[in-house]
Design a protein around this ligand. Structure first.
Ligand SMILES: [Zn+2]
Length: 491
């Protein structure tokens, strides 16, 4: 295809190689697109243009008209293609949604009327290997009356493939209490699409295609607004042990209960999240579990052994500006870069392993801090609170316990998430002398260590400096990192 005015990739290609763009669809609102000045492809329905006999039709009218014309003139033949294969949804299983039909010797297959829905599964079933649905062995459940003629009839014993229900359950989750309908449109329109969907790679083909198909279908028949069910997908990796996928069929499964009993749930959670990013396969290792356990032991001792001091200094925040010693400034900076980076790892990157690594580093800095005195102890308390907060999504039990030991009344999981203090993030500050044509015009504070280019850009764009320049053309800028910027202007 080559339709640059209606396809963004074609458009970019033509712009790059100087190929003319001819609009063949104009917007319905009367705007006239010019191929030379368009800034992006127009991809909506509209009015056909530059297309001979089809000019003036809406695209909705023109598509069938073009196919017809092509068929009449022997250019083409209409066909419908689906990527989705036919899907037989009936299963000979007990666990599944009953297919709401009855079979009547007089009337044939009759749908169960709405006022008799839902058809419920019987609960007195015995599941054994018989080669057919266990429901066929329950004559009392099978026997019913035909909703059409009232004569004796039989229920359908097949149930639906579980994929059928997993294709739209997220809509139901939006209206869990609705007894009349599958879901309420207002609820689904409010909550859907799912912001972050998480699943194994085995779901990637069937479940996601079915879920998208159902969503588009439900939108087509006007029951919901969204056309895509999931905004983001995270495909989690598998658990590998001794080089093989951990699975029941291979018999190499580690019993989580046993590990949890030995190490505690927090250790197991921490190990799993620390061993690999969630989308990668995870190598199960006993050594790794022990390492996580040791780290949590250190965190525990950090709090327990200093409890009195930490409680006495809790909530006393010393601002960066009041810290003179380099070691304390570095430590304060470490606390706040940790908060900033862990927040980003969790919220944006979903890189829980790097978040945990940062918490291990912060714990190292905390135990390595030698300084004594009120200020140092206040910083220690600040660090411990930040550490527990950032640790709490991964190890909620230990974090809550230590949080309470520190004297908090509110649980950590509902306490406000800590915010990185911008002043504490700045790597030491340098005072930059700003000259205009050799005369000192301003002194600005800038983070130390900026490159020549960064410093130049930051200083020249500063409103105070712009004011001094008074719109005069800048001829040259001389920047000396951490010290000076001299701006040479015309006149
Ligand atoms: Zn009947």
């Amino acid at each position: 295809m080559g339709v640059p005015a209606g396809d963004q990739r074609d458009f970019e290609f033509c712009r790059k190689y100087g190929i003319p763009v001819v609009p063949v669809v104009q917007p319905k609102d009367g705007t006239v697109l010019d191929g030379d000045t368009m800034t992006e492809a127009f991809t909506e329905h509209g009015i056909v243009a530059n297309s001979g006999r089809f000019d003036g039709m809406t695209t909705e009218e023109a598509i069938p008209a073009m196919i017809e014309w092509g068929e009449e003139n022997g250019y083409c033949k209409r066909t419908v293609t689906f990527r989705l294969r036919d899907w037989l949804i009936s299963r000979q299983r007990y666990w599944g949604t009953p297919i709401p039909f009855v079979h009547c010797p007089q009337c044939g297959d009759v749908p169960v009327p709405e006022d008799q829905l839902p058809v419920r599964l019987p609960e007195d079933v015995t599941v054994k290997e018989v080669g057919h649905s266990p429901l066929l062995d329950l004559p009392d459940w099978l026997a019913t009356t035909c909703p059409r003629c009232g004569g004796p009839a039989k229920r359908e014993a097949d149930t639906m493939d579980t994929f059928f229900c997993s294709s739209w359950y997220f809509d139901r989750y939006c209206s869990p209490g609705d007894a009349e309908r599958p879901f309420e449109r207002a609820d689904v329109d409010y909550w859907m699409p799912v912001d972050q969907y998480i699943g194994g790679i085995e779901h990637a083909c069937l479940h996601l295609i079915y879920a998208r198909f159902f969503t588009k279908f439900l939108a087509d028949i006007g029951l919901i607004r969204v056309r895509e069910p999931f905004t983001n997908l995270l495909t989690q990796g598998m658990v590998i042990k001794d080089g093989a996928k951990m699975s029941k069929s291979l018999g190499n499964v580690v019993d989580p209960t046993e590990i949890v009993n030995r190490f505690g749930a927090d250790t197991v959670r921490l190990f799993i999240l620390f061993a690999a990013p969630p989308q990668n396969d995870l190598d199960w290792s006993e050594k790794g579990v022990e390492g996580s356990s040791r780290f949590l032991g250190r965190v525990w001792r950090c709090v327990e052994e200093n409890l009195a001091t930490l409680k006495a200094h809790r909530g006393r925040i010393v601002p960066m500006g009041e810290l003179d010693e380099d070691a304390l400034r570095d430590f304060k900076r470490k606390i706040h870069t940790t908060i900033r980076d862990v927040t980003c790892d969790i919220e944006t990157e979903k890189q829980f392993n790097t978040a945990i690594a940062r918490l291990m580093e912060l714990t190292n800095s905390l135990t390595a801090l030698k300084e004594t005195g009120e200020t140092a102890d206040s910083l220690r308390a600040e660090a411990v609170e930040a550490l527990l907060h950032c640790l709490s999504p991964f190890c909620p039990h230990i974090a809550e316990e230590l949080w309470e030991m520190l004297g908090h009344q509110e649980v950590i999981s509902t306490a406000p998430w800590p915010e990185a203090d911008p002043a504490a993030l700045v790597r030491d500050v340098a005072t930059i002398v700003v000259q205009v044509n050799g005369k000192v015009r301003a002194r600005l504070e800038r983070p130390a260590g900026l490159s020549r280019e960064e410093l130049e850009r930051s200083v020249v764009s500063d409103p105070a400096v712009q004011e001094k320049l008074a719109g005069k053309a800048v001829l040259k800028v001389i920047a000396v990192p951490d010290r000076l910027v001299n701006i040479v202007v015309k006149g």
